[in-house]
Design a protein around this ligand. Sequence first.
Ligand code: SF4
Length: 375
Amino acid sequence: MVVTEIEAKSILRKHKKIDSWFLSRYGMNLYRGCTHNCVYCDGRAEGYYVEGEFGCDVAVKVNAVDVLRRELDPKRKHTPFKRGYIIVGGGVGDSYQPLEQKYQLTRKTLELLFEKKLPVHILTKSTLVKRDIDILTKINEASKAIVSFSFSSTNEQISRVFEPGVPPPAERLEIISQFKEKGIACGMFLLPVIPFITDTKDILEKTIQDARNVGVNFIIFGGMTLKDGRQKQYFFDTLQRQYPSLVQNYQMIYRGSKWGEAIPEYYGSLHQMFNILMKSYKIPKRIPPELYAGLLSENDVVVVILEHLDYLVKLEGKKSPFGYAAYSISQLERPLSEMTGKLQTIKGVGSSTEKIILEILKTGGSEYYKHLLFG
Ligand code: SF4
């Protein structure tokens, strides 16, 4: 393992628009590389430019907190800070990977975000996050926090193969219970589901049940991507060793798409199965409105709800007009409430979308959305 201490020029990564999966406008990576070494990790793909041997070598942004403090200084900012959760984690390195014990960059970042009264969304696979339950409770009380864990399933054996450096699923579930007891919202990112291995009805249902039993507030679901190059090669090497009989099936569904996606027919049937299973558990399939009420700008609330609707309607196997409208609204400079007579001049907004936007502007939500989200 090679640990390289580096000086970062910037820390906050601004999204082009609100990210409706995480409800964030900004994200950050405090580490580049991750010793959790998940076999499917897309941080391994060449496009992310992580140097060294992925899974062993890690670059640590040792000046991260000083840089972040400068970036959050309102006197230095030309454009106003956008409202929403700050996502800490994901990307090319888990913020609670073992090195965090020594460097404490995530802890110090949380202390700064608490001082600045900013809402925080953590995404991790590590139980080390429990160390910061005190500061996350304070953030939750002052400005809201969400702690999300990612799982490919809650099956211990499979996790040992594909997530060799990560604490077992049962320990992650136990930590969720502890955060819930402190009144902190928790999510499960059931992502990525591993084709032909964790995508069976039994494993998916057991994972959803386990999540329900510890009281998660939402489950966000997604299939696996394998980009040609290092990521795909590494995954196939493991597959060949552990599940040789599945290699041919993988070759059938991963045919070298630019983004590493499997064929649409596979994702389609996977999402259908997930949707059918979720209906009986009534767990939201996106972050529910009570977790972002009062946190986002008026336009961003509309964008989030329309993007959630787009996903939920497609999950029902129907065509959706909402994605295009959401994108157009995300590009507007003016608040929607100043455009109420002219909403249909926005690209992608027809009469049914207009009605939903007006309902959101008036009530902060949409009945149709609630029905699909919890149904
Ligand atoms: S924990 Fe996340 S970033 Fe780290 S190896 Fe696993 S998938 Fe990649």
